[in-house]
Unconditional design. Structure first.
Length: 182
């Protein structure tokens, strides 16, 4: 597995409304743990679409991992200027991860028109990666359920892996981190 699509929840879907939320380090550590396993197994590229939440946190983890591993990440947005209506702080964070990305492009090459652009982005990324790493829990469906459904359909006719980090996995990471703090 050389390339994965990493995605998951937006912050508001998890009740996270600022960067100081105690859940963010747990999510980032879970992503880091899984990426380390995949890197040891030959992972070279991580693809994100640059949305706020899991994907932004993943980019921050990857930037840290670049100090130890030869890992690259690309940002493939659904449309141009996706951050246009975000507040200034979120735009600055986004611009920072874009500046450090190894490749950046947009699927539709035009501004937002309609929700179909999100679906096309997911289809494109799934078709051009080897696996999906999804931060998702069945008990809290929200937006990740759509990309999971697309990936499951793709799995029916292609060799494609879906790796999930769920609420139980996050709980285990939280407990490990708590024990380390003691």
């Amino acid at each position: 597995m050389k390339t994965i699509y990493l995605t998951g929840y937006r912050p508001h879907e998890l009740g996270i409304f600022n960067d100081k939320h105690p859940g963010i380090p747990i999510i980032k550590k879970a992503i880091e743990n899984q990426l380390r396993i995949l890197l040891d197994d030959g992972l070279e590229w991580v693809v994100i679409s640059g949305q706020q939440g899991v994907e932004t946190w993943a980019a921050e983890v990857i930037i840290e991992l670049k100090q130890e591993y030869n890992i690259k990440y690309s940002i493939i947005t659904p449309f141009l200027d996706q951050e246009k209506n975000w507040n200034e702080i979120k735009q600055l964070k986004y611009q920072s991860i874009v500046a450090q990305a190894d490749f950046v492009t947009s699927v539709t090459k035009r501004p937002y028109e309609a929700p179909w652009q999100f679906i096309e982005k997911d289809k494109f990324i799934i078709q051009n990666t080897d696996a999906l790493l999804l931060i998702y829990d069945e008990d809290n469906e929200a937006s990740p359920k759509y990309v999971k459904k697309l990936a499951q359909c793709f799995c029916e006719t292609h060799s494609y892996e879906i790796i999930e980090i769920n609420a139980y996995d996050l709980q285990m990471v939280a407990e490990e981190m708590q024990q380390q703090d003691w």
